[in-house]
Design a protein around this ligand. Structure first.
Ligand SMILES: NC(=O)c1ccc[n+]([C@@H]2O[C@H](COP(=O)([O-])OP(=O)(O)OC[C@H]3O[C@@H](n4cnc5c(N)ncnc54)[C@H](OP(=O)(O)O)[C@@H]3O)[C@@H](O)[C@H]2O)c1
Length: 484
């Protein structure tokens, strides 16, 4: 019989907890996957009791869950597992009250989820230890961002490591919880057909796009100090890149997969003052129209007038210096207020050395397109004969869909549901190891230093477009184009 896990959420009243964590935990109950989950103890600074918290949670869940996912019997079970304890991160006595609520006999494992300000992560862990609330079975989950550069990331990791061993530390990147990211591993390493072509002799370029329609919304003051490179590339895009580019792991165990991912990050060629203008583009959204609605530019929002040095868009040509990928550009781009919301990986294969067909040679490519959102699909773009009696043979595109259409899409699980379940079960495979996060920051820091050293401009782009013209030029200089 597996041991029960009590989950304590720091930041239990916050946006992440309300929109993502509590709905995902409810879904674990609904999907019958919560047998190891004991109590859920949300914390915050407010002087409320568990009854008030449950009432609030009820309203939020009704709002964020689809109506047909609502089940009174499941809610009743879920509600009974919900508790609230007031904890101000700096108040010793609050941790004593929290520790008093935890019962090692009924739930030997404690999972502490840090969904609050990263500057509080170290303090919280140290207070928990002083209050006797950490044992050798306790685990901690850390939300991004872990720092804003390598130094601050190392400081947070160091503080947390004084209390929790690396084997008990789970750093979340919710992109890794997406079904398609795991499917990418399955498709890559499960199909003998793909194995020989997954390298520079056959792959022409790789593109990773994470495009958002929304602007900075309520996160403007955080965003003004952060920018797209730190907010998105350091974690989501580099995580996806490392999975696309990694060598076959020795096994599917967490440490074997993470060993291979970190090797890719170590092989990223530094982007310095000498090449930063050729390899990166920074943009900031101006007014425009998204989804048919007029929207303001970032700097037009009164409170962010000073943010003109902040990029809301970044495009990068990354180079991986190893035998498999030498010579293959990895084009990365992410931005806000772009023309549509989608995340996609495109592996574009090399063209035939000589074309026998009447088509424009640029049409004659194979691509593997892995869509992460809004829908999760994997499609191989191939070519066959255009039907007809004409003498000149022409080819037409044909899509081979590698996604399981039989799965009940409506009941697919959210990335947070998967990651919470893995953390409850102690499986670290889909979480970032310390060296991965720090290696990613090292590469990002060099780009930021190069931007500062060269005074690289942030170019304006109209909301509702796919970023500044310089982004088109980034690929066009190599005789390539973004796959739209
Ligand atoms: N929101 C998202 O979609 C999202 C996505 C990815 C990562 N994250 C990360 O997740 C974390 C939380 O984000 P959020 O958007 O949920 O923030 P938020 O809405 O501002 O909530 C912050 C939470 O932290 C608590 N808190 C703040 N100061 C505290 C203190 N001194 N002592 C104890 N509790 C304190 C707040 O509780 P009270 O106000 O009740 O005291 C609240 O529950 C951040 O690190 C963020 O970067 C968020």
């Amino acid at each position: 019989m597996s041991q029960l896990v009590d989950l304590v959420i720091f930041g239990g009243t916050g946006d992440l907890s309300t929109r993502k964590l509590l709905p995902a935990l409810y879904q674990l109950h609904r999907h019958g996957l919560a047998e190891r989950l004991g109590r859920i103890i949300a914390t915050g600074r407010g002087e409320i009791d568990s009854a008030a918290f449950r009432e609030e949670a009820h309203g939020n869940l009704r709002h964020y869950l689809a109506d047909h996912h609502w089940d009174e019997a499941i809610w009743t079970r879920f509600r009974d597992s919900l508790h609230y304890v007031k904890v101000d991160a700096d108040h010793d006595e609050d941790y004593t009250s929290l520790a008093a609520c935890l019962d090692e006999d009924s739930a030997p494992i404690r999972l502490y989820y840090l969904a609050t300000l990263p500057s509080l992560y170290g303090t919280i862990c140290q207070h928990l230890e002083r209050a006797g609330a950490v044992n050798d079975k306790s685990r901690v989950v850390m939300e991004k961002p872990i720092g804003h550069d390598l130094k601050s990331c190392q400081a947070i990791n160091e503080e947390v490591a004084t209390v929790f061993a690396e084997e008990s530390t789970f750093r979340i990147d919710h992109y890794l919880g997406k079904e398609t990211v795991q499917n990418l591993l399955a498709v890559r390493f499960g199909n003998p057909l793909l194995h020989p072509v997954w390298k520079n002799t056959f792959v022409d370029n790789v593109q990773i796009t994470v495009a958002e329609e929304i602007g900075v919304e309520g996160r403007g003051s955080y965003y003004a100090k952060t920018g797209a490179l730190r907010d998105m590339v350091q974690n989501h895009l580099l995580q996806v890149l490392s999975i696309v580019a990694m060598e076959p792991p020795a096994s599917l165990d967490a440490s074997d997969i993470r060993d291979e991912k970190v090797k890719v990050l170590r092989c990223l060629q530094p982007i310095t003052a000498s090449n930063v203008k050729d390899c990166t583009v920074r943009g900031i959204y101006a007014a425009g129209a998204v989804g048919g609605e007029a929207v303001k530019g970032f700097l037009e929002e009164a409170e962010y007038k000073d943010a003109e040095g902040t990029e809301t868009f970044v495009a990068i040509k990354a180079t991986i210096n190893n035998w498999r990928w030498a010579g293959v550009p990895f084009y990365l781009r992410t931005g806000k207020r772009l023309s549509r919301r989608y995340s996609e990986i495109v592996i574009e294969f090399k063209k035939q050395p000589f074309s026998l067909f009447a088509n424009d040679p640029n049409e004659l490519t194979n691509k593997l397109v892995i869509r992460l959102q809004p829908d999760e699909t994997i499609t191989m773009h191939t070519l066959n004969k255009k039907p007809g009696l004409t003498r000149n043979l022409r080819l037409q595109p044909v899509e081979l869909h590698l996604t399981d259409d039989r799965s009940d899409k409506d009941d697919s699980y959210d990335a947070y549901e998967r990651l919470l379940l893995d953390a409850i079960n102690g499986d670290q495979t889909l979480f970032m190891r310390r060296d991965e996060v720090e290696t990613a920051w090292r590469w990002i820091d060099t780009i930021i230093e190069a931007w500062e050293e060269t005074g690289m401009a942030v170019k304006s782009y109209n909301s509702g477009t796919m970023g500044p013209n310089a982004s088109t030029a980034l690929t066009a200089r190599d005789d390539r184009s973004w796959y739209e």
